[in-house]
Design a protein around this ligand. Structure first.
Ligand code: NI
Length: 197
């Protein structure tokens, strides 16, 4: 297994819809091994093949305390509901977190590593978020494309905390609410985390 470098925003491969895998063979299983190792090394909870420079429709998911899961040719079969998430991140967009609206329930159809059809269902959890995030990746879409407003993107400092906006920190401005929190209004949980995907 090999840890492969992560591609960052600006690399055209992240914007190109990836190609379907025609046959799940040993070369695909070896690639999946590399993807899992690369995801773990980067402390991500998910990784799509284009993020390591491979234009194939393959994603891996690494939920906390669960075996990594590989999905070949994943598609979202069903999604329903909405929920607002405070701090989505992406290994390909380091140093940022964004508030984003995702589905509550998500069902993804894919092939497993034996080439068998599987369905993965998730409901209101990190897996639901990661499934939509990773299927977006193989379609050339990043979470920063799905922000309601550019203000929903927050730059983090070296420790992974949301930074204050430049300038008028401390002044009572529109949207100030609690007064005991120096982060921008609406950003409440962008603390250190390992939820890059
Ligand atoms: Ni990502």
């Amino acid at each position: 297994m090999t840890i492969r470098p992560i591609r960052y925003l600006g690399d055209p491969i992240l914007r190109k819809p990836a190609k379907k895998v025609r046959k799940v063979d040993d070369s695909i299983r070896r690639l999946v091994d590399d993807m899992i190792e690369s995801m773990v090394a980067a402390q991500g909870v998910g990784l799509a093949a284009p993020q390591i420079g491979v234009g194939l429709r393959i994603v891996v998911l690494g939920m906390p305390e669960q075996e990594p899961l590989a999905l070949i040719n994943p598609t979202v079969a069903r999604r329903s509901g909405e929920r607002r998430l405070d701090a989505e991140g992406c290994l390909s967009v380091p140093g940022y977190r964004g508030a984003i609206t995702r589905s509550r329930k998500v069902t993804v159809k894919a092939l497993d590593l034996d080439g068998k059809l599987v369905r993965v269902k998730a409901d209101d959890d990190l897996l639901a978020q990661a499934l939509e995030h990773e299927v977006d990746h193989v379609n050339g879409v990043l979470y920063v494309d799905r922000l309601d407003s550019p203000d929903d993107l927050v730059k983090l400092d070296a420790q992974g905390w949301a930074q204050e906006p430049d300038g008028d920190a401390g002044e009572a401005g529109a949207g100030d609410s609690t007064g005991d929190d120096e982060r921008p209004a609406g950003v409440t949980t962008a603390g250190p985390s390992t939820d890059g995907a």
